[in-house]
Write a protein that binds this ligand. Structure first.
Ligand code: HEM
Length: 125
């Protein structure tokens, strides 16, 4: 039996929840959320559902400024290429664990582009 594709908001919620469950406990990334940003997960998770709904389905209501948020984070505690590479590994791994199909490929592709863009703007001085 193959897996299903990412087709709904509920699917995005599962992906995002599973991804951040790993990130929270991750040796490379966890402290940035837990100790540096002191993330309020009840706020951050719904924001991320909105974000990916806009990226994947071009609908929804994400309001935010990812560039500014990551720049502020970077100023508090330096981000490196290794952080972004690892973020992407966990993200792609989580997508592949749960889903399969055109949108699953699209979301990995978008994540790679956005990560590359953030990295370029934050890390190339
Ligand atoms: C080095 C890798 C990354 C780290 C350590 C990181 C960390 C964070 C943290 C700490 C926040 C703030 C959470 C809070 O409000 O407490 C955040 C917000 C966010 N991140 Fe990342 N992030 C990374 C990469 C990415 C990538 C690659 C994407 C998109 C593909 C992304 C999308 C977002 C979005 C949309 C927000 C919300 C921005 C807003 O509130 O306006 N992040 N991230």
């Amino acid at each position: 039996m193959g897996k299903n594709d990412i087709l709904s908001r509920a699917n995005i919620e599962l992906l995002v929840n599973t991804f951040y469950d790993k990130v929270k406990q991750d040796a490379t990334l966890g402290y940035l959320f837990n100790d540096v940003a002191k993330t309020n997960w009840q706020v951050h998770l719904p924001k991320m559902y909105d974000f990916w709904e806009v990226v994947l389905f071009a609908k929804g209501s994400f309001k935010g400024n990812p560039m500014m948020v990551h720049r502020q984070l970077h100023e508090k505690s330096a981000l490196s290429e290794a952080h972004f590479d690892h973020w992407l590994v966990i993200f792609k791994e989580t997508v592949d664990e749960l889903f399969e199909g055109e949108n699953a490929e699209n979301i990995k592709y978008s994540a790679t582009n956005i990560a590359g863009n953030l990295m370029y703007k934050l890390l190339s001085v």
